[in-house]
Design a protein around this ligand. Structure first.
Ligand SMILES: [Zn+2]
Length: 259
């Protein structure tokens, strides 16, 4: 599932292909905006806010997209064939490049001045320009009875963290995901680890949190249920926490992250 690092990289790719260029094609394949046409407008920029993408277009318009479970933006030279079937939700193209959004969870068009309606609730973004770790820690601590595992995934606390960075952050902090936030000694320390991991991976296609680039060694606990903890040798546990329907898998080492 795409997390903040993936979304920020997507914003970079979209920016390099679209910024400052005039759209020669816009194809919204969602019922609500099926007749929208941005042709002739210059793209100003694409900003990432947590897991949300905001592509701002001349004339005070913003294309809001979200990758959700497995969406992605494919950028290629203009005129390339787009993927077949109904996976394509949006195409934005200029004379040189085309950006094809496939399996996007959200495709919306709104006035730029109303962006706060879709991203105003988000907490600080560890990869964003206005990153504010104190504010992130303050928001996390607001519900002391909640488990840190659930609180970390709540985008109102920190924007951009998903199940992978949650699991890896808590392992490195030595904290059980089930611990209540109010029982933690060092919430700012957890925030700092999360930011460091995401920042280290923002320009890297293959996520690594261990510093070990060898295949199968890149993650401490995520996706490693039943295998030996890289630190203590104990079996890694897997569970579910938080509300469905989104994937809520949590991985942790019971010895390194005691309850
Ligand atoms: Zn361990």
């Amino acid at each position: 599932m795409p997390e903040g690092d993936v979304v920020h990289r997507a914003a970079g790719r979209l920016g390099r292909a679209l910024d400052g260029r005039v759209l020669t094609r816009s194809d919204f394949r969602v019922p609500r905006h099926a007749t929208a046409d941005l042709t002739g407008r210059t793209v100003l920029e694409t900003a990432a806010r947590g897991k949300h993408l905001l592509t701002r277009v001349e004339g005070g318009l913003t294309v809001h997209t979200h990758l959700r479970m497995d969406g992605e933006w494919l950028v290629s030279p203009a005129g390339r064939r787009t993927p077949p079937g109904d996976r394509v939700r949006l195409v934005l193209a200029n004379a040189d490049w085309q950006a094809v959004g496939v399996r996007l969870g959200v495709v919306d068009l709104l006035r730029t001045e109303t962006e706060h309606r879709v991203v105003g609730h988000l907490g600080p973004d560890p990869l964003g320009p206005g990153w504010d770790p104190q504010e992130a820690a303050r928001r996390l601590a607001e519900q002391p009875g909640r488990s840190i595992g659930e609180a970390l995934l709540d985008q109102r606390n920190l924007a951009g963290i998903g199940t992978i960075y949650r699991a890896e952050t808590l392992f490195l902090a030595g904290v059980s995901p089930w611990r209540p936030v109010g029982a933690l000694g060092d919430v700012p320390g957890i925030v700092e680890i999360a930011q460091r991991l995401m920042d280290a991976n923002r320009d890297r296609a293959d996520r690594v949190t261990t510093g070990d680039l060898r295949p199968g060694r890149g993650m401490w606990v995520y996706g490693r249920a039943g295998r030996a903890c890289l630190r203590c040798g104990n079996r890694i546990s897997r569970g579910e926490m938080g509300a469905q329907p989104q994937e809520r898998l949590i991985y942790w080492c019971r010895r390194c992250q005691p309850d």
